[in-house]
Write a protein that binds this ligand. Structure first.
Ligand SMILES: Cc1cc2nc3c(=O)[nH]c(=O)nc-3n(C[C@H](O)[C@H](O)[C@H](O)COP(=O)(O)O)c2cc1C
Length: 317
């Protein structure tokens, strides 16, 4: 798989659905990932329909799976490839929320590098007839940094790219991402592309990460939720501070795209978390958020958003 100095939208459960991915691609993201989807749910309950939905505009796209059992993950991967034809299947070995730890899946497996290798190996084998690569997204380890052992097992299993969020699972989001380890992984991985993920806050830091680590891709996660224009800023190499009406228009467009694959009210509820972040740094933000958060229906939310847009267009900024 080829990844050359790409700026990639990181997978984020609850945020990086088809609508947001499309808008980020339009703003300049080079590649996207779906959020993590449960292999058991895919096989037994056809659960993935809303989460796996994507359009050609989001390509290249990796559909991300997590699970416990190598055969089950491989079978889910085959089902996803036959049904959706993504550019790659990614396996999540990073998430450590209670629910997945209880299921002994995803980030839990960082404690068992050989098991991680078996999962990748089985999935690579199953996807060979489809010529679809298998990538992995990892952290440094579970309690401790065991990156070397993890990388060795994944590489031996035939992984096609590795994305590393250089914190341990136990760290969660505390402390800071250790990009020195992205550099180390790049050295270990040879010709297999390495993507770094963690704490990139603005476009200037993107080139810095490429230069300092030699990595092949830089992922943008939380910074893209509050500022999806970061991709445009990087492409144009200049700061961009969208007006409030432009921010509202972004949300309105995202909502209308979400209605293609989410029920209307569900989409309106889901987007509230992003709205509060996209108004970050704006004067009068608390009042804007309050109006949005108190909206009880789609109708009310749209009314409030349009009112905010009008107020700020009329010189309220
Ligand atoms: C709300 C949220 C949801 C996330 N969901 C996923 C996910 O589904 N799959 C995954 O591999 N990583 C997930 N991550 C981790 C991000 O992809 C990324 O590695 C991490 O946030 C560090 O990058 P950042 O500092 O740019 O946000 C999630 C992170 C956040 C904040």
């Amino acid at each position: 798989m080829k990844v050359e100095r790409e700026v990639i939208l990181a997978p984020m459960a609850g945020y990086t659905h088809s609508a947001f991915r499309r808008l980020c691609r339009e703003l300049g993201a080079d590649r996207t990932y779906s959020e993590l989807m449960n292999a058991t749910g895919i096989i037994h309950r056809g659960e993935e329909v809303e989460l796996a939905y994507f359009t050609d505009l989001e390509r290249p796209i990796h559909l991300q799976l997590y699970g416990r059992n190598p055969e089950e993950i491989a079978a889910a991967a085959v089902k996803m490839v036959e049904k959706y034809r993504p550019e790659a299947i990614d396996i999540n070995f990073g998430c450590s929320v209670k629910k997945v730890l209880k299921a002994k899946a995803a980030g839990y497996l960082l404690q068992f590098p050989e098991e991680m290798g078996r999962i990748v190996e089985e999935t690579v084998k199953a996807l060979k007839p489809y010529n679809t690569p298998v990538t992995a997204k990892i952290r440094l380890g579970f309690y401790e940094d065991t990156l070397e052992e993890i990388a060795e097992n994944l590489l031996k299993a035939g992984v096609s790219a590795i994305a590393l969020h250089p914190r341990t699972a136990k760290q969660g989001f505390s402390g800071s991402a250790n990009w020195e380890r992205v550099k180390d992984l790049k050295r270990i991985a040879g010709s297999v592309p390495v993507i770094g993920s963690g704490d990139v806050r603005n476009w200037r830091e993107i080139d810095q990460k490429f230069e300092e680590t030699g990595c092949d891709g830089v992922m943008i996660g939380r910074a893209a939720v509050s500022n999806p224009w970061i991709f445009k800023e990087y492409r144009e190499k200049r700061d961009y501070n969208p007006s409030v009406p432009e921010r509202v228009d972004f949300i309105l467009r995202e909502l209308s795209l979400m209605w293609e694959f989410f029920p209307k009210e569900k989409a309106c509820k889901a987007i509230k978390a992003q709205i509060s972040q996209i108004f970050k740094g704006i004067r009068g933000k608390a009042k804007l958020n309050d109006a949005v958060m108190r909206s009880k229906s789609c109708e009310e939310l749209l009314e409030n958003l349009n009112r905010i847009k009008l107020e700020y267009s009329a010189g309220g900024e």
